[in-house]
Design a protein around this ligand. Sequence first.
Ligand SMILES: Cc1cc2nc3c(=O)[nH]c(=O)nc-3n(C[C@H](O)[C@H](O)[C@H](O)COP(=O)(O)O)c2cc1C
Length: 349
Amino acid sequence: MVYKRIIRPLIFYWSRDDPEKAHELGIKFLYYMGKYEIIADLIEKLITVKDRRLEAEVWGLIFRNPLALAAGFDKDGIARYGIQSLGVGFEVIGSFTQHEQPGNIRPRTKRFPEDKAIINRMGFNNPGSDNAALELANKRKLSVPLGISLGKSLKTPIENAVEDYLYSLRKLYLCGDFFIVNISSPNTLNLRELQKKEYLKNILIRLQEEIEALTEQYGTKKPLLIKIAPDLTEEELDDILDICLELEIDGIVAVNTTTSREGLSAPTHEEGGLSGKPLWPKAIRMVRYIDTYTKSQIPIIAVGGISTPEQAREMLEIESVKLIKLFTAFAFEGPFIIRKINEGILKQT
Ligand SMILES: Cc1cc2nc3c(=O)[nH]c(=O)nc-3n(C[C@H](O)[C@H](O)[C@H](O)COP(=O)(O)O)c2cc1C
């Protein structure tokens, strides 16, 4: 109530020319909250919904509940302790690329409050995987599983994409509990080409081989997932799913932002990927399709337009869906959305 009536209007007004300012403020707040362990623990105890019915076990990892903030929220991984205090069941940080990069010129996000949507063209602004590894190394471990999203540096040509992913995987292997190969951001030139079977199979084979080598070296095997776009044709999606089945990929994150503008109440020339409410119909349709096509054999992390307990429930009722993530709803509904959705899921069970 206080967030929606007072805090949100103030923050939205202050950041009207560059909504990323609001995001930065949120990250700063979560960073400081997480920095002081006693405060973070106390808030976590107060906010987290604890109930065995929410728990999930996937890839041998235990999740206290199925909900997380999606990749791109904590791009640098610096707010992870604060985010944990909000009661999430797991976290995903990044996407990290081999090279540090600033991303596109600001402003590069736009809010559409009447449609509960955002268009972003961030372009993988991130500290690079060397710096990310420094940030993550030798710090206190999160009490929830940590996923690390891997992207491709803008300056790496598409033919060498796999080297970029491999570099980050090696650098960050010991820092995360599972890895997501992001081949579906619309904001890095040609990145989505990597979803084509000619590229995809090779990339996944090379990454799997590397994981095998790293498993031998460190004695711990980490799951590998891919994140896909909602704008694939049925044929392209079938190809991807065939490859995932053949290679026994550990999981699929569906979906990334869309290049479609369907569901927005007014036309816009804003470039980038659309997220939030308009994405929901595409996300649920695609997740259902994947579940049917793969005969529920591949675990899915569902993401795209989720903002209510009913939507969360609808996703979780699909057999392959083990976990869910959200991003845009956090911007519109505020920090208690994790608690609200977890409570709502319980009410419906
Ligand atoms: C500002 C912004 C930045 C994002 N950055 C990333 C990213 O770095 N990597 C990634 O895999 N997805 C990124 N995403 C996509 C989200 O992870 C998510 O897939 C998408 O927003 C759909 O979920 P939502 O409708 O709940 O926001 C970003 C989304 C937004 C709005």
